[in-house]
Design a protein around this ligand. Structure first.
Ligand code: GTP
Ligand code: MG
Ligand code: NA
Length: 345
């Protein structure tokens, strides 16, 4: 199994934070989509997944100083959206459990809130590196937006009293993070990312800071995580959601972190009535920059190499369980062993 830092998979990026801090809106800005507008009550109720290809990263980070888009080594980002409402703690836990890095979204006007603290607990437990998006910066009184500029430049162009309000909010948030034993700094004042966690001011409405946020995630992945992101043939695949889709029957949405899945593969996974053994009848993905959890036209694949968010069609998926691992039996002798393995999970 040759693994190499010259063959990186996409990092899995989990977006976490208190309800209505703008997690889905940030993704909508990156995707040029309107997923949030279609959500019942504007509340996310499922785990989402979006494949963000490298061309979109390059395009949207053009304005970022000291960031060379054509030097990006990862093939893209697999971004996982999670609900912030307090009743969905299980989905936050599931969505964040297998991620490589996270974006913790904080409403700059509100600071740290109960599910921000809960999310910090998950990140600490899993030792997940993360960056902070200080979102809704456009709500500072008389903020002037310049999404075409680096956010550090945009900050410098603000009126004195706008900067003063900004500083006051940021200093309050720094204290709140310190109370959680975390050292945070504004990203452009952070010359020691090993010690300090970076915060990027953003607006999902105006687009301010969005390029800086994407660039920071990419940079952090390529510096801190390169070895972990070396593609491995060892299958690592988790079930995100079990979903009935009109015309397709019950399907599963999975995150393929490492390895590959093929049409016809014999898969073994835990089920409500014991282990399920079945064959992959369809490997589907939405177009790049489209959300897996929203009904979209899907493309069919014969084989997919990690990392991607994938919808799998197969018999007996109505008995599948979200949050569990999916295994592949490469020959029939393996089936019984794998059944025991998933039984033990
Ligand atoms: P949950 O998934 O339900 O936890 O919410 P969320 O964190 O995904 O937030 P969402 O994207 O649903 O946005 C919540 C509200 O905040 C919506 O009304 C958005 O329009 C608004 N919002 C999001 N980002 C910004 C921003 O940068 N500026 C302003 N002014 N409003 C924003
Ligand atoms: Mg949301
Ligand atoms: Na919301």
């Amino acid at each position: 199994n040759k693994r190499s830092v010259d063959n990186l998979r996409s990092p899995i990026v989990c977006v976490l934070g208190h309800v209505d801090t703008g997690k889905t809106k940030i993704l909508d800005k990156i995707r040029h989509s309107h997923v949030q507008d279609g959500e019942a009550g504007g509340i996310t109720q499922q785990i989402g997944a979006t494949n963000v290809p490298v061309y979109a990263i390059k395009e949207q980070s053009k304005m970022v100083k000291n960031f060379q888009g054509n030097e990006i080594k990862i093939p893209g980002l697999l971004v996982i959206d999670t609900p912030g409402h307090e009743s969905f703690g299980n989905l936050r836990s599931r969505g964040s459990s297998n991620c490589d890095i996270a974006i913790l979204v904080v409403d700059i006007m509100h600071g740290l809130e109960p599910q921000t603290i809960e999310s910090i607990g998950l990140l600490k437990k899993n030792k997940t590196p993360f960056v902070v998006a200080l979102n809704k910066v456009d709500r500072l009184y008389e903020w002037k937006s310049h999404p075409e500029n680096d956010i550090a430049t945009t900050l410098r162009k603000q009126k004195q009293y706008v900067l003063e309000e900004f500083r006051e909010k940021v200093n309050g948030i720094i204290v709140q993070f310190a109370e959680q034993s975390l050292n945070v700094k504004l990203f452009h004042e952070n010359d020691d990312p090993e010690t300090w966690i970076s915060m990027v001011p953003t607006s999902a409405h105006s687009g301010d800071g969005m390029g800086n946020l994407i660039a920071l995630v990419v940079k952090t992945c390529e510096t801190k995580l390169a070895r972990k992101l070396a593609f491995s043939e060892n299958l690592q695949c988790t079930v995100l959601e079990v979903k009935a889709i009109q015309g397709l029957g019950t399907t599963i949405d999975v995150v393929l972190t490492n390895g590959r899945l093929k049409y016809g593969d014999t898969i073994v996974l835990p089920g409500t009535e014991g282990p399920i053994v079945t064959h992959i009848k369809g490997l589907l993905m939405p177009q790049p920059l489209r959300e897996l959890r929203v009904k979209n036209p899907y493309d069919k694949f014969n084989e997919i190499q990690a990392a991607y968010g994938i919808k799998i069609l197969a018999k007996d998926m109505d008995k599948a369980l979200a949050g569990t691992s999916l295994l592949v039996a490469y020959n029939d002798d393996e089936i019984e062993i794998l059944k025991e393995e998933v039984q033990a999970e």
